[in-house]
Ligand binder design. Structure first.
Ligand code: PEP
Length: 250
């Protein structure tokens, strides 16, 4: 199971040290899962020495489309890798909403991050209106198709790095509302099938669920068919909660 903790714009250096120290105490049992934390860019070099010899992996919450140059405020994939990250999250709904990021932008970023060897989590998710109007599957299909549009063919066999899709219904993020098992089963099956058809492959890509996952609801979520892990926001900032989620995944 993949357990990804998106710290968003939280934690100062001292909070991060304390949180990571608490997680590391249980490092031995992280071998069973793929545990990744996504701190802010500035915390990455601070945390890297703490985690580099543990089973915790590091990721960034976004990356630039470009490699270097006059892009004030942006951080390139090369810089992320140089800082010790093996993963990146692209297209999080907060970036789509607050930074007006489109699936076209995600596809350009994905081409860069994946070609340079980062395991890439692409987030997709419908908003409440799409869910209520029953248009959510076509919205999700458009998001995946556009996000992958720079890859006509995808070499699943020879790449060492992974594409992971995170299904995060926007109405479930930070709201305490979790999608039902039926919602998750339907969408995860849909995503896996879409990718198989799109790339004409039999390979099952990992699909993880995100949206108000916590220590109480996670064991039920892990039991759902086709759930390969979770993307956790709020509950990844509390060591006890995040550790309980990891324990529930085993
Ligand atoms: C997220 O932001 O990716 C997320 C799932 O947040 P939360 O767990 O707080 O809903």
């Amino acid at each position: 199971m993949i357990i990804a903790g998106n710290w968003k714009m939280n934690c100062l250096k001292n909070d991060a040290t304390i949180l990571v120290n608490e997680l590391i105490k249980e490092d031995a049992f992280f071998k069973e899962s793929e545990v990744i934390i996504f701190p802010s860019y500035l915390l990455i070099p601070h945390i890297y020495p703490q985690i580099y010899s543990t089973n915790i992996k590091l990721g960034a919450q976004d990356c630039s489309i470009s490699g270097h140059g006059a892009f004030t405020g942006q951080v390139s994939t090369e810089m992320i890798i140089d800082a010790g990250c093996e993963y990146v999250i692209l297209g999080h709904s907060e970036r789509r909403l607050l930074c007006k990021e489109t699936s076209e932008d995600v596809s350009k970023k994905f081409l860069k991050s994946f070609s340079l060897g980062l395991n890439t989590i692409i987030c997709i998710g419908e908003n409440l209106k799409d869910r209520e109007n029953n248009t959510y599957l076509s919205v999700l299909k458009k998001q995946i198709k556009m996000s992958l549009s720079n890859f006509e063919k995808f070499d699943f066999y020879s790449s060492n790095n992974k594409l992971i899709i995170a299904y995060e219904p926007v109405w479930a993020i930070g709201t305490g509302k979790v999608a039902t098992s039926e919602n998750i089963i339907e969408v995860h099956e849909f995503i896996k099938k879409f990718i198989k058809d799109y790339f004409k492959t039999n390979i099952d890509i990992p699909v993880i669920y995100g949206g108000s996952v916590n220590e109480e609801n996670s064991s039920e979520i892990f039991k759902i068919n086709n759930v390969d892990g979770v993307l956790v926001g709020g509950a990844s900032l509390k060591a006890d909660s995040f550790l309980k989620i990891i324990e529930n995944s085993i």
